[in-house]
Write a protein that binds this ligand. Structure first.
Ligand code: CTP
Length: 411
């Protein structure tokens, strides 16, 4: 086993997680199985970044080991994935750990999910299925006082040299979502994509396999665009990674406007990713059909498309601006602004959005009117007055209607 003896690792976890790992170490010894901390958690420990979630891989059957933890160490099994022999286990301390059986994978159909085989294989075979060297590092959880790094693929040096490197030349063909993952790690850790990896990425992007499902790519884009970094969109454009989902992205999207838009309370922080996605796909039928969007996401994209078609000049009058935007989803308005920087949107958000006609049909009936399409004409008149800065209260609206009718009757 290639142990990187230069480096022993401290488990800098919060107390509850640490207690859970120590229990797992004791249980593994008693059960007679090798277990390893693996993947992102090891990478983050080396980088001295906080670790929240950890994965432990079991050189054996993780589902059986989870049963042992339940029976002997008062753990709860939260879920089991039978086909992959993985288990999510909650320890007495409350911490939850994902356990996976070591396995190999092969991609029968490029871009589709791989087939898993050889469960319980040696760790050296398990790491070969992973994406980047920085994610192949493991720590043998055996002797808590001497936790050594196991490095089969040179991941430790790549972390020191800040390099993102795939393990084999077919990696992006097998799983193109790794292209977005590479950009995610680049942004998150300020790493560089190693030259051969970058060239293979470009080669793939010049001939994307359009048969593949886009779920994983969408999931990775969601994580990517939820990062807090600058230049998220421009990296997707400049690296040509957009080609995975769109044949016609907005090229000159001013992503700095998203910060400005946050002030207007138009969307939740967990929706920001969709503003970027929208700029990638709004002009692409190809993406619209294939991205497996929710009905809300589709509605937003269609609304933005309509707005782009109308493409009103900045000097549109207030009444028209109000009617263009008033019935639309806030997220659609935000996206349209981010794409066009059209000042009519800013006017709507800062001056017009809060304006609402206060009287209802019921009020008009109480004034003696019989329900008819005329109601809408009256509401519209009141709206125009309000947009001109008149009629602040409901009483003022009612008086306005009374006087208007009087005038109508006199003429
Ligand atoms: N993995 C992969 N290919 C993918 C997704 C994941 O090879 N398309 C592997 C990586 O080795 C990764 C592990 O599965 O380390 C777990 O995946 P995930 O939890 O998504 O990644 P982490 O590395 O833990 O990253 P994060 O810090 O974003 O959770």
């Amino acid at each position: 086993m290639p142990i990187n003896s230069e480096r022993t690792i401290n488990l800098k976890f919060d107390e509850n997680l640490k207690a859970a790992v120590l229990t797992a170490i004791t249980a593994a010894q008693e059960y007679g199985v090798k277990i390893f901390l693996i993947g992102g958690a090891v990478r983050d420990l080396i980088l001295e970044n906080p670790v929240k979630d950890i994965d432990i891989t079991v050189e054996g059957n993780a589902a059986d080991f989870a049963n042992f933890l339940r029976d002997k160490y008062h753990c709860k099994i939260k879920s089991v994935q039978e086909n992959l022999l993985t288990a999510k286990v909650q320890f007495e301390s409350g911490a939850v750990i994902d356990f996976a059986s070591t396995r190999e994978e092969k991609y029968e159909k490029p871009g589709f999910l791989p087939e898993a085989f050889n469960f319980g294989c040696p760790l050296a075979d398990d790491v070969k299925r992973r994406d980047f060297t920085i994610n192949t590092l493991a720590i043998h959880l055996e002797d808590e006082k001497n936790l050594q790094l196991i490095d089969y693929c040179g991941g430790y040096n790549d972390i020191l040299n800040k390099k993102i490197r795939i393990l084999h030349n077919n990696s992006f063909v097998d799983d193109p979502s790794r292209i977005i993952r590479a950009l995610k790690f680049k942004q998150r850790f300020n790493f560089e994509i190693e030259e051969n990896t970058f060239n293979l990425m470009q080669k793939y992007l010049s001939g994307v396999n359009f048969q593949m499902p886009l779920e994983r790519i969408k999931g990775e884009l969601r994580q990517y665009f939820s990062l807090k970094n600058d230049n998220l969109y421009s990296l997707i454009i400049n690296s040509k990674a957009y080609a995975l989902i769109s044949d016609n992205p907005i090229m000159n999207f001013n992503e700095n406007l998203i910060n400005e838009l946050c002030k207007f309370d138009l969307f939740n922080a967990d929706e920001i990713w969709f503003i970027y996605i929208a700029a990638l796909i709004v002009n692409s039928d190809f993406a619209f059909e294939r991205l497996n969007m929710t009905s809300f996401e589709k509605k937003v994209i269609l609304e933005v498309r309509e707005l782009l078609k109308k493409n009103k000049p900045d000097n549109t009058d207030d009444y028209e601006i109000y009617n263009i935007f008033n019935d639309l989803q806030d997220l659609s308005i935000a996206i349209y602004y981010a794409i066009t920087e059209n000042h009519a949107v800013k006017k709507f958000l800062t001056c017009l959005k809060e304006i609402k006609v206060l009287i209802s049909g019921k009020d008009l009936i109480e004034l003696g009117f019989i329900p008819s399409p005329y109601f809408n004409e009256l509401f519209d008149l009141i709206l125009r007055e309000k947009l001109n800065g008149n009629l602040k209260t409901k009483e003022e609206e009612i008086n306005y209607v009374k006087q208007y009718i009087k005038k109508e009757e006199q003429s």
